[in-house]
Design a protein around this ligand. Structure first.
Ligand code: NAD
Ligand code: IPM
Ligand code: MN
Length: 363
């Protein structure tokens, strides 16, 4: 049997609740396909700050690097909101992404037929939406990789220059990933930027257009981010694959999640040139519902499926999880965020148990 080591980073808030559920689902799906998974849980985020005083302990990054894939819940919470930047849970997250070199963040937003009613958009608008947001993850205006120690204040007039230097090779890399993804999907790539105003975006558009010549089979279009955020809720079906920078991708993927019914449904995969990938739901630690067994674990369960597919190349095991999720929804089970009349309201744990049951009954 193939055997892999998985680093688990439960984190804060609902993170531990959803990771516990996803871990069991991962084990069973792997076992069904002869893939043995060994788990090692490490500290990150606020949990690490409380235990050892830093948001990303060296042992955690070392363990993550030495493993085959990393599954992360979420980090952050009120308790640490006023910490200095280098002592914020979020800085730990940015640093593990940078430390693993996972510059490409794939965030699929798919409207499942079972959840059309959970969407805030009209049925005819939401039905059939299937978008992949490719978000650049280690550059852009939220590039804080050097903030593990208090950073020296940058000269204000040099800020844009730093931004360019970092961003330049990163545009080519993320563009190639996005074209590859689009080629395997609908062959349609929309690059979202603010090239009418920002010089960094003018460079982005220039480079994406240059890389397009390597992918003549993919149709490339460009859209300004303000228009894109409007088009997403007006006519989301026009989009196949979207490529955009770190901050626009962050915002547009949360927006896209609501088309699918809930932010509790959206998984993500972060990958680099080589080394282990990082897999996490797109949502945060949801402190408002933490510790109440209310969280929707499906985003993390579907992130586990992406881990199997993109991280370990175990496509059959990934398919099993996706099928188990749709079967569980077919059986009518819903957490509060995707509940609609006529369905069965369950908590995080029970949702996990139902997915496990569906998995176990597969041949
Ligand atoms: P959030 O995504 O945590 O929550 C936004 C809203 O969505 C809340 O009402 C929450 O209850 C709900 N929600 C989120 N996930 C859900 C789920 N699985 N099931 C049901 N409902 C769900 O965003 P926020 O409130 O802006 O941020 C809270 C904390 O999380 C902050 O500290 C923030 O920095 C952090 N955060 C972390 C990550 C991450 O770890 N990747 C991502 C986003 C935010
Ligand atoms: C996300 C989050 C993070 C980000 C924050 C918490 C650093 O919003 O994963 O989407 O901006 O990437
Ligand atoms: Mn976000």
């Amino acid at each position: 049997a193939r055997s892999y080591s998985i680093t688990l980073l439960p984190g804060d808030g609902i993170g531990p609740e959803v990771v516990a559920v996803a871990k069991d689902v991962l084990s069973v799906a792997g076992a069904k396909e002869g893939v043995e998974l060994r788990f090692r849980e490490m500290l990150m985020g606020g949990a690490a700050l409380d235990a050892v005083g830093v948001p990303l302990p060296d042992e955690t990054l070392a363990a993550a690097r030495a493993s085959d894939a990393v599954l992360l819940g979420a980090i952050g919470g009120y308790k640490w909101d006023n910490n200095e930047k280098h002592l914020k849970p979020e800085t730990g997250l940015l640093n593990i992404r940078a430390g693993l070199g996972v510059f490409a963040n794939l965030r699929p937003a798919t409207v499942l037929p079972q959840l059309v009613d959970a969407s805030t958009l009209k049925k005819e608008v939401a039905e059939g939406v299937d978008i992949m947001v490719v978000r650049e993850l280690t550059g852009g205006i939220v590039d804080l990789r050097h903030f593990s120690a208090p950073p020296p204040p940058p000269p204000p007039d040099k800020l844009q220059l730093i931004f360019y230097k970092r961003l330049y090779p990163q545009i080519d890399c993320i563009a190639r990933v996005a074209f590859e993804v689009a080629r395997k999907r609908g062959g349609n790539l929309c690059s979202v930027d603010k090239a009418n105003v920002l010089e960094a975006s003018m460079l982005w558009r220039k480079r994406v257009t240059a890389i397009a010549s390597e992918f003549p089979d993919v149709e490339l279009s460009h859209m300004y981010v303000d228009n894109a955020s409007m088009q997403l809720v007006w006519n989301p079906k026009q989009f196949d694959t979207i490529v955009t920078n770190n901050s626009y991708g962050d915002i547009l993927s949360d927006e896209a999640s609501m088309i699918t019914g809930s932010i509790g449904m959206l998984p993500s995969a972060s990958v680099g040139e080589s080394g282990p990938g990082l897999f996490e739901p797109i949502h945060g630690s949801a402190p408002d519902i933490a510790g109440q067994d209310k969280a929707n674990p499906l985003a993390t369960i579907l992130s586990a499926a992406m881990l199997l597919k993109y991280g370990l190349g175990a496509e059959n095991a990934a398919k099993r999880i996706e099928t188990a999720v749709t079967e569980t929804l077919d059986s009518g089970f819903r957490t509060g965020d995707i509940y609609s009349p006529g369905t069965t309201l369950v908590g995080c744990k029970r949702m996990g148990e139902e997915v496990l049951k569906a998995l176990e009954s597969q041949k």
